[in-house]
Design a protein around this ligand. Sequence first.
Ligand code: GLP
Length: 241
Amino acid sequence: MELYVFDNYDEISRYAAKMVSDFINENSNCVLGLATGSTPLGMYKKLIEYNRDRIVNFSEVKTFNLDEYRGLSGEHPQSYRYFMNKNFFDHVNIDKNNTFIPNGTCEDVAKECRDYEEKINELGGIDLQILGVGSNGHIGFNEPSSELYAYTHLADLTEDTIKANSRFFKNIEEVPSKAITMGVGQIMKSKRIILLASGVNKAKVIGRIFNGKISTENPSSILQLHPSVAVIADKKAASLI
Ligand code: GLP
């Protein structure tokens, strides 16, 4: 695994945005896997600037997001569709028809998951996947467990995750307890992965990605088996490597 450590959040955001825009400049019609959460926000901001300054062009890019809360429509301010539109898609020259996020309010979840997988495969799989990581080691919403799913599925969120994500909601009762998420198999099939981490509360999990054993109880540890992962972290997140 490649490791890039920087002094602060701003520097990791800039470096990640540069990596992504270089990648797009070499593969103008690539398929990106995208993440939500607070960690990639700075990277999205920089990519918006690069797009405005014509350093990168999203007109042929396709994107698949990792996950969406079950029960939230795209208009809900805490849905990941809303997050992506507001923080990224609305500000760059991407065709929204080429941006895919599971539909949290679909009637038939199993079908939604199957269709999502098929669409990813139809477009040739994910070329570059952006990941954040939960402080409990989750990637997407693949939570620590005795078993993991390879493919897109409906996941139960753990208490830890519900608590961590309640900061975005009015109160903890409003946080959905389930989400549709890409599975670890689809994530691991990405040709290249960039994992972003910032802050001391990610230090333990980042340390374990580099030094720990591979375990389904720490889904991010599976990234050790991937041939092309770049971890971009600030000093605090990298402090236990
Ligand atoms: C969320 C998302 C993950 C994200 C993680 C970390 O629950 N489903 O994709 O990586 O939490 O979030 P943050 O970047 O805010 O720490």
